[in-house]
Structures are given as C-alpha cells and as structure tokens.
Design a protein around this ligand. Sequence first.
Ligand SMILES: Nc1ncnc2c1ncn2[C@@H]1O[C@H](COP(=O)(O)OP(=O)(O)OP(=O)(O)O)[C@@H](O)[C@H]1O
Ligand SMILES: [Mg+2]
Length: 389
Amino acid sequence: MARVSDPYDMEAWLDRTKLVVCVGAGGVGKTTTAATLALCGALRGRKAVVLTIDPARRLANSLGLKAIGNERTQIDLEGLGLSTSGQLWAMMLDSRSTFDGLIHRVAPDEASRDRILSNHVYRHMADTFAGSQDYMATETLYDLVSSGDFDLVVLDTPPVKNALDFLESPGRLINFMDERVLRWFLSPYDPNAVFGRRLMMGTSAVVFRLLAYVFGRDFLDDLATFFEDFQGLYAGFVERNDAVVALFRDPATSFVTVCAPNHSSLDVATFFQEELARRDLPRGGIVVNQVHVCDGTEHDARAVLGDVAAELAEDVEPKTMSALLARLGMAHTRLRALHVSETELAEQVREAGRGGGFYQEVPRLEGNVHDLEALHEVGRRLLSAAGVL
Ligand SMILES: Nc1ncnc2c1ncn2[C@@H]1O[C@H](COP(=O)(O)OP(=O)(O)OP(=O)(O)O)[C@@H](O)[C@H]1O
Ligand SMILES: [Mg+2]
C-alpha cells in the first residue's frame, strides 16, 4: 500500500482527466477549486470549461467577468501574461432554461415540443425540477461532454446536505416519471387504450369527474395531453440518464473531494469518500483547502527571532524590542498549534480516502480568491507535489 508521503503527480493526473466533479461541504472552496483546475487545464493547453451553479457574481468576480450566463463564455487569459494554446471557458447554470432546452432536444417534433412547453402541468413540473440544481447540473454536463467542444470539463456542485442527492440525481426524473406518475396513471386502465385519454374512460370517469371538480377541467385536459406527449419522451430521458451514469463511471472522470480543515467539512468529506468508494465511482483525490501553514519548529523560530532582533537593534528601543519579540513568538506558537491540530484533523479524511488518488493541501491565502491571478496562485499550490492516499 502506498504511504501518504509518496509523491503524486498532479500535472499528469490533470492531463489524463476529462471530467472533474468537485464535491464537498458549503463554503470550503469547491468553486475556487473547480475554476482553478479549469484554469490549470487551459494553461496546460486544454480547451477547458468550468460549469458552476453558484450565484453568477462570485465566479464572475473570480474570473474577472461582469456576468456569466447560461451561455458558454470564454475567459481572457491575456491578463495573466501567460501565453497558452489552451482556452478557458465558464458557464453558469440556469435551471429553467436548462429544462426547457432538454425538452427541445428530446421532443420528437416541433408540434409536440411547443405543446409541452406551453402545457401548465409541464410548467409546474419544470418549476419543481428547476429548483433541483443538481439534476440540472447533470443535464448540462451531459450536453457539454457530448458536444465534444471541450477536452476538460470541470463541474462545481452545490453544497448538498445529503451527498446522495447529487449522486443519484440523474435517476430522479426517471423515477418520478416512471414510478410515481406513469405507473399510477397506467395501471388501472386498458393497456390498449390511448394513454392520456384513459383518464376519461370507463371506471376512470368517476375519478376524472372528481379530479375535474377539484382542479378544473382545463387543468385535467392539460394533464392528459401532457402524459400523452411525455410518454414519447421517456426513451430519451432513459438514454440520457444511462449516458450520465456511464460518464460518472468513466475512468477519465475524477471526483475531487474538497474540504477545509474543520470538523464539519471533514465529516462531509469523509462521508463522500465512503460513498464514492461504495458506489465504485472514480475518486481523483482530496483537497484540504485553506490550511494554515507553519514550517518552522520551535528551534527555527528562536533563530528567526534572533535575526529580527539583530536586524532592528539599532532602530528599536530594547523595551519595545522585547515586547515585539514576545508577540512574534506567541503568534508563531499559536500558528504552530493550529497547524498541528489541522493536520491531526485531516488524518481522518486521509484514512477514509485510502487508495483513492491524491491528497493535497492548499494554504489559506491572504484575502479572498476573486481574480485570475489569485486563482493562478491557488493553481500553483494545487498542482505542486501531492501525497498519495
Ligand atoms: N485557499 C484559499 N485562500 C483564501 N481564500 C480562499 C481560498 N479558497 C477559497 N477562498 C475563499 O473562500 C470563499 C469560499 O470559497 P468558494 O466560493 O470557492 O467555496 P464553495 O465551496 O464553492 O462555497 P459554496 O458552498 O457556498 O458554493 C471565497 O470567498 C473564496 O475566495
Ligand atoms: Mg460554490
């Protein structure tokens, strides 16, 4: 078994990866990591795109853009002063138009497409699913990957409380269509009858009258038409679902778990490690972001303080000097204690992640990571030598 101290080549990992999915608790740096990995890919000559679901402003700021919409937007890398044959693109998820777009793609013809889009039942269902960003992310992801326009796609994910929500979301619509709705409507009626119209026939007539009384006749007409039309789309949904599941399992896909060195996010990360392993999904590795770095030992610190004292001896009063040195010493002691406790905490997630790729720490930088230069700095740390899990 590999030891934690064995080196892991992050650059080689990124070069062979086609899809990165960044998962983790809220606020730990998923968006930052996702944008950084796409940037690193672009700087290594790939045509990379980052798909984010954060409020536009955040990623927009960190990429130096005013706004990112549902459209793919190319990020200007000239500002970094680095020339690359690669490209960086960003996209922000807009759930409603994603769902409508899905209908555009799977509808067999224009007439049924328009009927569905203007159907009240559809609009209601679209609103329900529009709230489900994780489902929409997988749909958009499928489009991005299958378009063949990019050779590296990086997906940022929402901070879901239950990790399963995200991993299982591709199947959710199918389950909804299949079990909860379609079967319920289909089962009591004549299998040879036209599907939606069955609602108005035979024994269902009583139920229909009751429903019409409760919901109104127009609504039920909409419902019947909706099911007739949606039945034709079912195969398309199943196909896309299978493709997304296959994509998540592809060896060129890497789930990267991002966490911060605190109990709650490490617990979420540990849970992700276990779930990914249980589901046999490809684990890329773990990033512990925003760690406090403290290289010096007690002994080094004394030497450094001695150097400071010698350097400032002429300009600083002895009394002020000793106060200054005492404070510096204290700050160093605190930082070391923090560093040691963070390292101990991270041991838990390292253990859970054994055999699952790389282990990388990224230091907490001064100030937020809100521009390309800062992302580039994070990228340097991210791609530096890492450990093996
Ligand atoms: N290594 C770092 N050093 C300093 N600041 C950082 C670092 N990584 C991220 N940040 C800052 O921390 C904040 C949260 O980061 P980010 O938005 O990437 O987290 P997130 O996991 O995507 O959050 P959410 O779950 O809310 O989407 C941002 O302001 C970002 O600039
Ligand atoms: Mg985010």
